[in-house]
Design a protein around this ligand. Structure first.
Ligand code: UDP
Length: 505
């Protein structure tokens, strides 16, 4: 029997979290770190100076709530050759700078390893884009949990492409093929799948290969989905792909329960435009379920021609809207800045729309009763937040794993109306796939109008929303999953402590 002291010590888990330096990965992994702290784990989040402002206010609030959580700041590697503070990949980050931030992130290895030696955590949770952190954990003999962005479904679909290569057996980019081996019969075209599957020596292929290898070598993965949302794909990932996994979402509503958390999540001064945001008063003046919310996440910067089509499509649809528009750089303006200013004045005058420049308090907006639907690029975080808010979606995938997520929303779950985008693009190179205003207006109309099909979609998403809320309550699937993981980590720590005692004895 273990001594009481050892058992007590094993109860106190110390963890280090290392989020990636892009808003899209940073925001959810910080949320995940916070749910561990809520369950009594001592949490340190490691990041660089330029990323702290994105989440520090929520860490301070958690700490005041009595959670054992803090941020540890390490230097952004100067070898990457970037000006001070340019350390976060966001929508407006130029591609060459984003490569350097990527490089800087991989150069964090030395500092991170030293930190592990100094702090001696019991486990680490690191983003998928730090494959080297498997070895760093191995050096200390502790588990590395990999944070995998995206849905289980997307990872299963990509695994199907890798195993069976169905896209190599069709004659053209537009001919559809089945994704073999998955729980549902899902069809895609070659034009919808990521470039690394099609272009020889694609630069991202090596990155993803390293990610997959490190996933296999990790103790297991955490994802922020929930069982009722895509349980069959969670099982497939576990059994067919063979990775141990814990599904702990939706994390955003789990940790961001009060108004300040919701309003400030991911919001830093770089994204602010200095304009007074009076969206709440505006939404309060609108009827229930009457407003469509349009947002393309944290990393998408749409070309001028697409912004013009969206503006016109929104007006043509006749529905009220909130549209989140990224800051337009002077170099990318093409006259669209003036067009959008006039558009904003016009829709303000008619009271039909509200433009939010830069960063929107998305969680707070989605829960407003006036919001009746969402136009989304199918980023996993927005998808889950929208499902949680019981809202159907217009699906508008552009890059990354978004086309797979669209399949899940439209073909599997029946809670999305496709806008009709057909072509996967490299990040922020969307000029060749401009969705036309009439298609945008039509999809929004299908989303916001009445009718039996629409009512059915709303019933389905409401059932999922109820399930999402149950999942994070004591006894719910995600709650249990997190508890199981923590218990397993405690028992690993206990075994390690006992081995140490035996060696000393
Ligand atoms: N987000 C936000 N305000 C914005 C844009 C994004 O709060 O103006 C948040 C959103 O709530 C979500 C995340 O940023 O949690 C974006 O993640 P998603 O997976 O939807 O898209 P990505 O940025 O990864 O493409």
């Amino acid at each position: 029997m273990e001594s009481v002291g050892v058992v007590d010590e094993a109860e106190m888990l110390k963890a280090i979290f290392l989020p990636f330096l892009s808003l899209s990965h940073l925001v959810p992994l910080v949320d995940i770190a916070r749910i561990f702290a809520m369950q009594g784990v001592d949490v340190t989040i490691v990041t660089t100076p330029g990323n702290v402002a994105v989440f520090q206010s929520s860490i301070d609030r958690d700490s005041n709530r009595g959670h054992s959580i803090r941020t540890h700041v390490v230097k952004f590697p100067p070898e990457a050759g970037l000006p001070e503070g340019m350390e976060t990949i966001r929508a407006t980050t130029p591609i060459d700078v984003s490569y350097k931030i990527f490089e800087g992130a991989s150069l964090l290895e030395g500092q991170f390893r030293q930190l592990l030696r100094d702090m001696q955590p019991d486990f680490i949770v690191t983003d998928m884009f730090y494959p080297w952190s498997v070895d760093a954990a191995a050096e200390l003999g502790i588990p590395r949990i990999i944070y995998v962005g995206g849905t289980y479904m997307a990872h299963c679909a990509m695994d199907s492409l890798e195993r069976f290569a169905p896209h190599t057996k069709v004659d053209s980019d537009d001919q559809s093929f089945l994704l073999p081996g998955l729980p549902h019969k899902l069809e895609m075209t070659r034009s919808q799948i990521p470039g690394r599957f099609k272009v020889p020596n694609h630069p991202f292929a090596d990155v993803m290969k390293a990610v997959k290898e490190s996933e296999k070598m990790s103790y297991g993965s955490v994802l922020k989905s929930f069982y009722d949302f895509e349980g069959e794909y969670e099982e497939h990932y576990r059994t067919v792909m063979g990775t141990k996994t814990w599904n702990v979402g939706p994390v955003s509503s789990w940790v961001n329960q009060d108004a300040s958390d919701k309003a400030e999540r991911g919001h830093d001064k770089v994204e602010q435009e200095g304009k007074k945001q009076d969206w709440l008063t505006w939404l309060d003046s609108k009827k229930e379920n009457s407003v469509v919310y349009v947002c393309f996440g944290s990393t998408i910067n749409l070309p001028a021609a697409q912004l013009v089509e969206i503006a016109n499509g929104l007006e043509e649809s006749g529905h009220d809207f909130i549209w989140v528009v990224k800051k337009i750089e002077a170099s990318q303006d093409d006259g669209v800045g003036v067009f959008l200013e006039e558009f904003e004045k016009r829709v303000q005058g008619s009271n039909k729309g509200y433009v939010i420049w830069g960063w929107a308090p998305q969680l707070a907006i989605l829960e407003h009763p006036a919001i009746g639907g969402v136009v989304t690029h199918c980023g996993m975080n927005t998808v889950l937040e929208t499902v949680d808010a019981a809202l159907p979606m217009v699906t508008w995938p552009l890059f990354s794993e978004q086309f797979f997520n669209e399949k899940l929303l439209v073909d599997v779950l029946g809670i999305g109306v496709p806008v009709g985008s057909k072509k996967w693009s490299n990040w922020n190179e969307y000029e060749n796939e401009i969705v036309k205003r009439e298609d945008i207006a039509k999809a929004i109309d299908l989303l916001m109008c009445g009718g039996e099909e629409n009512a059915e979609m709303r019933r389905k998403v409401k059932a999922l929303s109820d399930a999402a809320k149950k999942a994070i309550q004591p006894g719910g699937s995600s709650y249990n999953s997190l508890k199981d993981l923590i218990e397993e980590l405690k028992s690993l720590k206990l075994q390690k402590l006992n081995r140490k005692l035996e060696t000393v004895a």
